[in-house]
Design a protein around this ligand. Structure first.
Ligand code: MG
Length: 203
């Protein structure tokens, strides 16, 4: 499986990192070795001193598809959850400055913890889902999927023009504003529609 991550999908986050608001989706990949499940700890990597949390809504692809039309895109996923796109911001800044790829900043081990996944049918309107991240009991990120620049369907249509989507692939759909550093011994708790779906420590 592959993990596809959308960058800059919320206006306020694009601006907080002084990026332009994109006119088409920006995406990158993380390897399957980045995945963390079942609230296992995030192990802080020794090669960075500025790892940031990015809380994102994640969809799981459940059908093979390529060049999917936007109007049919909703047929290609039926489960939704949350994930954290951990980012070594110091390495990312260095890579960006030099025009180099982001993998070392985004694709490292443990950089993609995800919650359990829930059927889309459980939610009233997936285009208006609230989610938030608490760091040591204090809310640091809050978002709603209603604020996404590119909807789930637009993302699927765009990404599948370039690469075939397969069952089990995950798409991280971008972070709202409020990204910031984590430290060893921090506790992260993530909520989807008010329900806690992630709770894990940084070690
Ligand atoms: Mg992200």
């Amino acid at each position: 499986m592959k993990i596809i991550c959308i960058g800059r999908n919320y206006v306020a986050h694009a601006l907080e990192l002084k990026n332009e608001v994109p006119t088409k989706p920006v995406f990158f990949l993380k390897p399957d070795s980045a995945l963390v499940i079942s609230n296992r700890p995030f192990f802080y990597p020794g090669f960075s001193s500025d790892v940031h949390h990015e809380l994102e809504v994640v969809i799981r692809i459940d059908r093979l598809g390529r060049s999917i039309e936007e109007q049919y895109a909703s047929r290609y996923f039926s489960e939704i959850g949350l994930g954290i796109d951990f980012t070594a911001r110091d390495l990312q800044a260095e890579q960006k400055k030099n025009g180099l790829p982001w993998e070392i900043a985004k694709g490292f081990d443990y950089s993609a913890p995800v919650s359990e996944f829930f059927p889309v049918s459980r939610f009233g309107d997936i285009h208006d889902l609230s989610f938030r991240l608490d760091l040591n009991g204090k809310t640091v990120q809050e978002g709603s999927t209603s604020l996404m620049i590119f909807t789930f369907e637009k993302i699927i249509a765009y990404v599948s023009r370039f690469m075939t989507l397969k069952t089990g692939d995950l798409i991280f759909t971008g972070t709202p504003a409020g990204v910031g550093p984590v430290a060893i011994n921090d506790r992260l708790e993530a909520y989807l529609e008010g329900e806690k779906v992630m709770d894990f420590p940084v070690k």
